[in-house]
Design a protein around this ligand. Structure first.
Ligand SMILES: Cc1cc2nc3c(=O)[nH]c(=O)nc-3n(C[C@H](O)[C@H](O)[C@H](O)COP(=O)(O)OP(=O)(O)OC[C@H]3O[C@@H](n4cnc5c(N)ncnc54)[C@H](O)[C@@H]3O)c2cc1C
Length: 459
């Protein structure tokens, strides 16, 4: 390995390779994703990524790609036998074509930097998530991230027009397509979107931008049952005629914890209601949009679907609503905990939660769990307090949560991916034939199995 590291230092130049403590002291979100790699590569260009991978491929050296390390399934966590490759020095926003509504960026650009650059042109790149300040576009693409506006704009896959990818042997596949329609053979970029770094290193992307909708309305709403919460989703979606941009649900268990914190003021609504939801609409009509939004909420209240509601009167109040929704760190009070990112058909949700809750209670004795998520996308997050660091208990809890999904068309990962943590449960959501085809693709593109080995599945 030392010989390889010296060769990599030569190719990547000063500052291009971190070793020893400089490599190991880097941490990820919640501090859990520390890096055990003996070396972290920090290329500055696609050419340098290609040169580094050529060397690693020749040596049969495993390489783990790092974006912002905010991923929640340990995909970017390198072990002591792996070399990490960080895109942190490749963060340029290279070009914005306001007329064609595209942005060309390097993969290490943060999501927030992309948002700010798009907004300066009166446009948006609509993928959004709580880790926006640190998560990178490369990581968002590699995980096919979801987030807060999927209901209106789709997942990351929908925002990508073109990609540049370096393959395991250093071959550069430049497919920086800029147009919406391009049916010329296989759409190769799709292979890499959501492949969690196992098929290639994404170095640049062409993103699709949308018009910035100036009339944005936000409300924090309380309701009294899951049935009413789901009915509210259908009702508001219809009333707003496609302009609903977020429907973020929080069970009382989540709201009670997440609405308090040193950076938050008084909770906008009392924490005594069973369910809360952050609803947003975004439209072009500055005068009319607020009226439509208010009317829709008023009608929902008349129908008994809303028990209490607060409208954001300013950007500051809107940010305060989102601060509650994004206050995932507050769940640390439940530590050690198991966090789940599942999806399931809306019609099965109440029954699934009741059955799973009963089984968890039986196994854990006392059940302390919180539920929240992107209800409009049938995506729930569960955080379950384990009460101790017992791997067998964690595993038992995982089995209970995932077992209930298999028969109802649910998924063990709605948006975070599989990484190292859900590998064992991939079969709950994918057939043996599907998994075998994934392995065939992996073998074809990375025959020496050097890119993020063991992530998603074992070969
Ligand atoms: C507070 C918080 C809120 C979050 N909310 C959401 C949410 O709402 N929706 C959601 O989907 N996720 C969410 N996440 C998870 C996370 O932010 C996303 O998965 C994000 O897309 C990861 O980006 P990253 O740059 O941090 O990637 P990393 O964590 O560094 O990497 C993630 C995976 O992608 C691979 N990878 C990274 N960059 C590249 C590249 N250039 N080429 C190839 N492979 C690469 C890594 O090897 C790893 O397997 C949240 C995380 C936090 C901490």
């Amino acid at each position: 390995m030392q010989q390889l590291i010296r060769a990599l230092q030569e190719v990547l130049g000063p500052g291009g390779v971190l070793t020893g403590d400089a490599a190991r002291s880097r941490s990820g979100s919640w501090g859990v994703m520390h890096c055990d790699a003996p070396a972290v590569l920090r290329p500055r260009s696609t050419g340098e990524v290609a040169a580094a991978l050529r060397l690693c491929h020749a040596a049969g050296q495993a390489v783990v790609t790092e974006g912002g390390k905010t991923g929640l399934v340990s995909g970017a966590r390198a072990s002591s036998s792996e070399i990490a490759l960080s895109l942190e020095r490749m963060h340029a926003i290279e070009q914005i074509d306001a007329r064609g509504r595209t942005m060309t960026v390097q993969a290490g650009a943060t999501l927030q930097a992309v948002h700010e650059a798009a907004e300066a042109e009166g446009l948006i790149m609509p993928l959004d998530l709580g880790a926006r300040g640190t998560a990178t576009i490369g990581g968002n693409i590699a995980t096919n991230a979801g987030g807060n506006q999927v209901i209106r704009y789709g997942m990351m896959r929908e925002q990508v027009l073109g990609l540049e990818v370096v393959l395991a042997d250093g071959t550069v596949m430049s497919s920086l397509n800029q147009v919406l329609k391009n049916n010329t053979g296989y759409d190769l970029k799709q292979l890499f979107i959501g492949s969690e770094g196992t098929l290639g290193v994404i170095t640049r992307a062409v993103l699709r931008l949308r018009p910035l909708m100036p009339a944005r309305n936000s409300a924090l709403v309380a309701t009294d049952s899951l049935e009413h919460l789901v009915a509210l989703l259908t009702f508001i979606e219809r009333e707003l005629g496609g302009r609903m941009s977020a429907f973020e649900a929080m069970w009382n268990t989540y709201y009670r914890i997440a609405s308090r914190g040193p950076h938050l003021g008084q909770p906008p609504i009392a924490d005594t209601y069973p369910f809360y939801v952050l609803i947003e609409s975004a439209g072009a009509d500055l005068e009319g949009e607020a009226g439509h939004f208010l009317d829709a909420l008023a009608r929902a209240t008349e129908l008994g679907l809303v028990q209490d509601a607060v409208l954001a009167q300013s950007e500051k109040e809107r940010a305060a609503f989102w601060a509650i929704r994004d206050n995932i760190e507050s769940l640390a009070v439940l530590w050690p905990l198991a966090i789940f990112d599942i999806s399931l058909p809306l019609a099965t949700m109440a029954d699934y939660l009741e059955r799973t809750g009963a089984r968890l209670e039986q196994r854990l004795g006392e059940l302390r769990w919180v539920t929240f998520g992107h209800l409009g996308d049938s995506n729930l997050h569960l955080a379950i307090a384990l009460g101790g660091d017992d791997p067998a208990l964690r595993h038992a809890v995982e089995e209970i949560v995932y077992a209930g999904l298999a028969g109802i068309g649910g998924s063990v990962s709605a948006e975070h991916g599989i990484g190292l943590e859900k590998r064992e449960f991939l079969h709950c959501s994918r057939s043996a034939t599907e998994i075998e085809l994934m392995k065939t693709l992996k073998r074809a593109l990375d025959p020496r199995n050097i890119l993020n080995p063991e992530r998603i599945f074992r070969l």
